[in-house]
Design a protein around this ligand. Structure first.
Ligand SMILES: C[S@@+](CC[C@H](N)C(=O)[O-])C[C@H]1O[C@@H](n2cnc3c(N)ncnc32)[C@H](O)[C@@H]1O
Length: 271
């Protein structure tokens, strides 16, 4: 089993983590999973007609999604990617070097965005609000910088909707719950529509997406979290007990029978 001092719970503070490259690799692996292309499509559809629009992608990470949007906006369109992590913004700028696409990146905290009220036609946040220490402040900021009649689209997981096919149900439930509770907003997915209603948004659409996780991705998401918690004592399991829990999963993988999934919700609305 992989051991690491870095794990998904630290997406809140990528720049303060020991290895920012780990998070860049994590997003590359995630974004290559087949369901993620569908999630990007759902979010783009949720933003309405993109042609010539001024779009903000908050928590843009490596900027791949912002570049994809920049290819969709056409002449007169503009995409801005922002992220609280300077390491992520550096990577996004590095990947855009020499490109003629209408996309720029800058460091900005979604809880206190630099943009003036109503700056953008459409605002998007994929896998970001669930990592924010103050999710209400972040959601209010998304609304504030969107013009009246503009569109907002958010995708977040609901970490209690993690499944893994394992013979030991009780331990598996405990470990899934432990990992879920490691996230500051582990129920964000199920709360997004209600949050949007509370913010006065209208025309709300909810699209669920279930990501089937290969063992390799399950290991760097759930596995690294459990390994960190085992190492710092917060898991309350010995390394031997944790390894024993992994054994049937590796056995299943060797037989082509491993199954795990995670469900989230893409929610879009009009300001
Ligand atoms: C799971 S990654 C998602 C990145 C990108 N949206 C994607 O889907 O590829 C979460 C991102 O949110 C950023 N983030 C976390 N807290 C933030 C905040 N308060 N303001 C802006 N970005 C934040 C992290 O630095 C990280 O790049």
């Amino acid at each position: 089993m992989t051991t690491s001092s870095v794990d998904v719970a630290q997406f809140t503070v990528v720049d303060g983590a020991p290895d920012s490259a780990w998070f860049i690799n994590f997003m590359d692996v995630a974004n290559a999973l087949p369901e993620y292309a569908k999630i990007r499509r759902t979010l783009a559809d949720g933003l309405g007609d993109l042609h010539g629009r001024n779009i903000l992608d908050v928590g843009c990470g490596t900027g791949d999604d912002a570049r994809e949007l920049a290819e969709m906006v056409g002449p007169g369109g503009q995409v801005t990617g922002t992220d609280v992590s300077a390491a992520m913004v550096d990577e996004a700028q590095r990947r855009s070097a020499g490109s003629a696409l209408p996309v720029t990146f800058r460091v900005d905290d979604v809880r206190n965005l630099a943009a003036a009220d109503g700056t953008f036609d459409a605002v998007r946040a994929k896998l970001v609000l669930m990592h924010c220490a103050d999710i209400d402040a972040a959601a209010r900021e998304l609304v504030r910088v969107t013009r009246s009649g503009g569109r907002i689209a958010v995708f977040d997981y609901d970490f209690d909707l993690t499944t893994v096919d394992h013979p030991d149900r009780d331990t598996t439930r405990e470990l899934v719950r432990f990992c879920s509770d490691s996230h500051p907003n582990n129920w964000s997915g199920r709360q997004l529509a209600r949050r949007f209603l509370d913010l006065g948004l209208r025309d709300i659409t909810v699209v669920p997406h279930t990501v089937v996780m290969p063992l390799s991705f399950f290991q760097i998401s759930v596995g690294n979290r459990l390994a960190s918690a085992q190492a710092d004592g917060s898991l309350g399991m010995s390394a031997t007990e944790l390894a024993a829990w992994w054994a049937p999963l590796h056995e299943a993988e060797s037989q082509g029978r491993f199954f795990a999934s995670l469900t989230g919700f893409a929610v879009s609305a009009t300001r």
